[in-house]
Design a protein around this ligand. Structure first.
Ligand code: ADP
Ligand code: MG
Length: 259
């Protein structure tokens, strides 16, 4: 065995011990490049370490994206910002920096069906994952169902604390299905627990004035909204459904004349 093979064997052993799979993958080819381009030892080492860090960062983002359980892949790049008012556009651009997450600020996206609320919720959630924050997505009813089963087995407090690990909790579609009294109370407890502790992003087809309808109780609705909006960005998106509008503005392809 040549001296170089022996050193390679030692490096491979060390990368297993230290769990540095990318170093294992790249050290030999980068060494060839280093020799060809006369890198210093330090430059070579820095290059290898940079590759390991890059792959670890990518893996961590991918893991957070998977754990978030987004129902679809929607990105800000795919979002047509000409469809929303310029004020909302500026707010979304600001939210895309994810600085609201460490501040435990909330985000409320309001508007009729089809205007892109869920799209933006997912896209902002993805940005938060990319900025290093753990995110979890579910419908408002999905969250309430989970909390109800925890409550039934006396684990509500534990479950609320467990959810603290997600610095951004996305509750999609509040208002489509009315919540019964217990569900509304659980939803309030979720909001109250996370108040000034961790962010919630809510999408709803109902203006605040109508949250009493879905929460079944004006007092609970007022208390929930009070805590939510104390530190929140509220974005109201008006207009027609993107689908309908898109349909209307896309010209129907003309039939080819018979030849
Ligand atoms: P909402 O949650 O407000 O009911 P969605 O986010 O589900 O609406 O949007 C409906 C569909 O239209 C989705 O496929 C979404 O990606 C698309 N969509 C809505 N608004 C836009 C937009 N401004 N740019 C690009 N796609 C959009
Ligand atoms: Mg939606």
């Amino acid at each position: 065995m040549s001296a170089r093979d022996q050193v390679a064997g030692e490096i491979i052993h060390a990368t297993r011990e230290l769990k540095l799979p990318t170093v294992r993958e790249v050290f030999a080819s980068l060494a060839d490049q280093a020799r060809a381009e006369a890198w210093s030892h330090e430059e070579y080492l820095a290059g290898v370490l940079a590759r390991q860090i890059a792959s670890r960062t990518t893996n961590a983002v991918n893991t957070r994206m998977t754990q978030a359980r987004f129902p679809a892949t929607k990105t800000l790049a795919e979002f047509d910002f000409t469809m929303i008012a310029s004020q909302a556009r500026d707010l979304v651009a600001h939210l895309a920096t994810s600085t609201f997450v460490p501040k435990a600020d909330n985000v409320i996206l309001l508007g009729p069906p089809g205007v892109g609320k869920t799209h933006l919720a997912i896209a902002l959630g993805r940005e938060a994952c990319q900025h290093g924050w753990r995110v979890a997505f579910d419908s408002a009813n999905g969250w309430v169902t989970r909390l109800a089963s925890a409550h039934q087995t006396g684990r509500l407090d534990g479950e609320l604390r467990r959810l603290d690990r997600y610095r951004l909790l996305i509750c999609d579609e509040l208002g489509y299905l009315p919540l019964d009294a217990q569900a509304a109370s659980l939803f309030f407890q979720l909001v109250a627990h996370r108040y000034e502790r961790a962010s919630i992003l809510i999408t709803s087809n109902l203006s605040f004035a109508r949250w009493g309808e879905t929460l079944g109780d004006e007092v609970i609705a007022a208390a929930t909204i009070d805590r939510l909006v104390h530190h929140a960005q509220v974005i109201t998106i008006d207009g027609d459904s993107y689908r309908t509008r898109h349909h209307r503005t896309t010209p129907t392809p003309k039939k080819e004349p018979h030849q």
